[in-house]
Design a protein around this ligand. Structure first.
Ligand code: ADP
Ligand code: MG
Length: 259
């Protein structure tokens, strides 16, 4: 099915409630093709819920979601085929080895054996897991498990990557490798949407950032634009940056960002 679409992702008036709690509150957001977009916000601000709604794993009560020109509600299978998703706490089959697990994921996507194995090897090497692929996943560190989850999201060459807190368990060197990798994919026109509660990660990796707080999108822009907004007196962003950086000296945070 040929679909033409302007944005990789469009959310219009999206609201998700869990009983009394409004996890995502009237979210309007367009993300362009080839963007690396970051959803930044403290814990509980609605980032994971937003990403799950894009994947059709959670249904909003209100609003409309288009992913790569498809309605997330009407065509959840079509969306999943085109999208790679790495959840916040991935569930891996720990009794498999890394290579067995990736092989299994490739089969689920119906990849041809040669392409599958060449891509698995390329990614294992790229993320510096080669040499450990024959060990059981249960013996891996959290960072290694996160890398396996990322590879399983990239493996079928999706047009859109949805990565929930992808860099948390990674050491700076591995985070750098993933960052470079995402930039490489961007050159091929692949869109990435990632969540993070760590300001430095969003700043280092993302072209544009949306700041979420209590289910609402408080601000949207590139880092420079956000810094401008945060330095305004009485800006809500001051408070957010404070929460994200954990220092009580808001001025120091803003100065650090403007460096
Ligand atoms: N399945 C669920 N049932 C009830 N409440 C939930 C569920 N998932 C998330 N929430 C609540 O929704 C809010 C947003 O959660 P989440 O989207 O996970 O935030 P974030 O990813 O920004 O930390 C939180 O208050 C969380 O407790
Ligand atoms: Mg989350």
């Amino acid at each position: 099915m040929a679909n033409s679409y302007t944005y990789a992702v469009e959310l219009k008036g999206v609201t998700k409630r869990y009983s009394e709690l409004t996890a995502v509150n009237n979210l309007n957001l367009n993300i362009g093709k080839g963007e690396i977009f970051g959803l930044l916000g403290p814990n509980g601000s609605g980032k994971s819920t937003t990403l799950k709604m894009l994947m059709g794993l959670v249904q909003p009560e209100e609003g409309n979601i288009q992913v790569l020109g498809r309605d997330a509600k009407q065509d959840p299978v079509g969306v999943k085929r085109l999208v790679g998703y790495a959840p916040e706490s991935p569930r891996l089959y720990e009794f498999l080895t890394g290579i067995e697990f990736l092989d299994f994921i490739g089969d689920i996507y119906g990849m041809q054996p040669e392409e599958k194995s060449s891509r698995i090897n390329e990614y294992l090497k790229g993320l510096q897991l080669d040499g450990r692929e024959g060990d059981m996943i249960s013996s891996y560190s959290e960072g290694m498990k996160q890398k396996i989850a990322l590879i399983s999201a990239f493996l079928h060459k999706p047009k859109l990557l949805i990565l929930d807190e992808p860099l948390n368990a990674l050491d700076p060197r591995s985070a750098r490798i993933v960052k470079d990798f995402l930039h490489g994919l961007k050159q091929q026109g692949i869109t990435t949407i990632m969540s993070t509660h760590i300001l430095e990660i969003a700043q280092a990796v993302c072209d544009r950032i949306g700041i979420m707080y209590q289910g609402k999108l408080l601000a949207l822009g590139n880092m420079e634009e956000l810094r401008g907004m945060a330095s305004l007196p009485d800006s809500a962003l001051e408070d957010i940056f404070l929460k994200l950086t954990g220092t009580s000296d808001v001025k120091a945070v803003v100065e650090e960002l403007v460096k």
